[in-house]
Design a protein around this ligand. Structure first.
Ligand SMILES: [Zn+2]
Length: 626
């Protein structure tokens, strides 16, 4: 609810922003009928079931049920409180916050802590950049960076900085500005020793700020500057050091450079995924702005989903060494699971993208690496070849079997054929033999897997693996209740009519609860606006239900007759249920009668059945009359 804000203010903010724009910053949306659809950011899916309705200004996911207005979206997406979401959207719309509101006092302590950590990161980011570019302490680092080919513009673009080789440079800086040092330890900027001493985490390092999707600095990656004057301490330090996990910094849910790359990723319909920050920076400078990187850890499902929300295609540009190829093989699986089309950039053995660009230039990187990116199957076969020494026929047979296992995973018969031909040629095996072997292997695999995993059908290249489940239709009263709620939310007269004419309450508990809130909502004089009603609801599951209902594609106009029919359906339900029960009882009595011990018992049971039969007739007539 609005809390200290007037409903008027909340509505003004809501009216000033477009939910399609706001959601569009997180989810790639495409127009479909009256709504926009995309992949849900709140659950993992490959086909879009996330809907945003521009006209009615709310969203709903038919997959996981998430739904609500623009405020609920931002709250859920960014883990914000309502006031935070309101501030953010008001700021976006250029609406000034009411002066009466003292923001600081209302914020819960954990928000204030987060705010302090965020502002410390912004300040320290500026400090590091200043030290690098404007002070003698940064000279050596600056020389190193320009030797590596980074221009002053790129250094400014990425706000690259330098942490001097000092124990308390940042500690003092933060202390003077009144930050709690313990909080700064929690934020990862400082370290506390076992003896309780607090000192700088990053010393003698070139600093790369890491931002969240909104462009706030949430952590740093530091590369050790190996200098002639390097201290003994430095020798023991790791080459790369990242901020630790903190309330701000979640390594599995963020990607380096995402906030800058996002518009370019969408424009080029492609993301370049690197392992190192320097690769991203180097590619950026060479004109490839759609590059992002993981944060010093292996790619996570969450990161893959973030990428998928923005683009359909990703090119993996990991290092050309064995570790890089191993990481590539793992990343492919995660990216494909997230529904991405993956290609692998072929980097020569022992080079990373940064090396390659520096040695060969942007043009070669584009022509020889990006444009030569291999489909996943080609990469996997190459990877397999590289890890197999073939000395005799047994080695070869083993290799071929593994290669075929990769090829039979392909859905397209054309592609399968292509790779089979390549293998046949390369190892001088007849194509027929290979095909026969592939088919045998496929059958064997199919028999072995009793799991209901998606497996490509050998003879069918379209839509295979898709499970078509016969959906059971909801009972008529269920649909009628939903239709009524849909129109009730948009028209107070319909709501009033239902309130008086529906003598029994709605059968589905949640529908009944929603109707009760709706009556109260209109009674309090609120307008006929599903968006506002959804906002008015406090219960998350009811919000979801209401947004789902409001998203239904129903015709705008509804006649009194139609509403009457729906009400009848709802009112009839208890009678129908009773009818069903009586019929069952009648059947059971007839059955007992037919196997009765004595004639007397049989007659007694038939009489009971007849009495019930009369009740059934009465009910049937009542239902016919409406
Ligand atoms: Zn969802």
């Amino acid at each position: 609810m609005a809390g200290p804000y007037s409903a008027d203010f909340v509505n003004r903010v809501r009216a000033a922003v477009d939910i399609v724009d706001v959601v569009g910053e997180y989810v790639q949306l495409r127009k479909s009928g009256r709504s926009f659809v995309g992949l849900c950011p709140f659950h993992s899916e490959k086909t879009p079931s996330f809907n945003v309705n521009a006209e009615r200004q709310f969203f709903h996911c038919f997959g996981c049920g998430a739904g609500g207005d623009v405020f609920s979206f931002l709250m859920k997406m960014e883990q914000l409180t309502f006031p935070e979401a309101l501030h953010k959207l008001a700021e976006r719309a250029g609406i000034e916050l009411p002066m009466t509101h003292a923001k600081e006092d209302d914020d819960p302590p954990e928000n204030r802590a987060k705010q302090a950590m965020l502002s410390a990161h912004q300040l320290v980011g500026k400090l590091y950049h200043y030290v690098l570019t404007e002070t003698p302490y940064g000279k050596e680092a600056m020389t190193y960076l320009s030797k590596r080919g980074l221009s002053p513009q790129t250094i400014a673009d990425f706000q690259i900085g330098f942490a001097p080789d000092s124990w308390d440079f940042v500690t003092q800086f933060l202390q003077k500005r009144g930050f709690s040092l313990d909080q700064m330890v929690e934020a990862g900027l400082l370290v506390k020793s076992e003896t309780g001493n607090i000192f700088d985490r990053f010393r003698g390092r070139i600093m790369f700020p890491i931002h969240d999707s909104q462009g706030n600095i949430i952590g740093f990656g530091g590369r050790l500057l190996e200098t002639a004057s390097a201290s003994r301490q430095q020798a023991k330090q790791p080459k790369y050091l990242n901020s630790p996990e903190s309330p701000l910094f979640n390594k599995s849910a963020n990607l380096f450079n995402l906030h800058r790359a996002r518009p370019f990723m969408r424009k080029r319909k492609q993301a370049l995924l690197f392992e190192g920050y320097v690769d991203v920076v180097s590619a950026w400078q060479a004109g490839f702005h759609q590059g992002i990187a993981t944060l010093g850890t292996a790619l996570t499902e969450q990161q893959a989903r973030i990428i998928r929300r923005n683009v359909e295609q990703v090119v993996l540009c990991y290092d050309g060494d064995a570790a890089g190829q191993e990481a590539t093989a793992k990343a492919i699986h995660i990216l494909q699971e997230a529904g991405l089309i993956v290609r692998v950039a072929p980097l020569p053995q022992g080079t990373d993208p940064d090396d390659y660009i520096r040695q060969h230039g942007p043009e070669a990187f584009s022509q020889q690496v990006l444009l030569q990116a291999m489909p996943v199957t080609a990469f996997r076969l190459k990877h397999l070849r590289a890890s197999h020494v073939i000395q005799d026929e047994t080695d070869q047979a083993r290799f071929i079997e593994k290669a075929l296992a990769i090829v039979i995973e392909l859905n397209s018969p054309v592609e399968r054929d292509l790779y089979l031909r390549q293998l046949a040629e390369e190892y001088s095996i007849s194509l027929d033999t290979l095909k026969w072997e592939a088919r045998r292997l496929y059958k064997q695999q199919k028999n072995n897997s009793h799991r209901d995993k998606v497996s490509p059908a050998w003879n069918n290249s379209i839509n295979n693996g898709k499970v078509t489940r016969a959906k059971t239709l909801p009972p008529a009263y269920h649909t009628a209740e939903r239709m009524l709620l849909y129109y009730m939310m948009r028209n107070r007269h319909i709501a009033e009519r239902v309130q008086t004419e529906c003598n029994a309450s709605f059968q589905v508990d949640e529908h009944d609860a929603l109707a009760a809130y709706l009556y109260a909502y209109f009674a309090e004089g609120h307008p006929e606006d599903p968006g506002q009603f959804i906002h008015y609801l406090q219960d998350e599951s009811l919000k979801q239900l209401a947004s789902g209902l409001a998203m239904m594609e129903c015709k705008e106009e509804v006649s009194d007759q139609e509403i009457g029919d729906y009400i009848k359906q709802v009112n009839h339900y208890p009678k129908r249920a009773e009818l069903e029960r009586l019929r069952e009882e009648q059947r059971s009595l007839h059955l007992q009668a037919s196997s009765a011990d004595s004639e007397e018992a049989r007659r007694e049971l038939e009489i009971q059945a007849a009495v019930i039969g009369m009740k059934i007739l009465e009910l049937e007539n009542a239902l016919k009359e409406g």
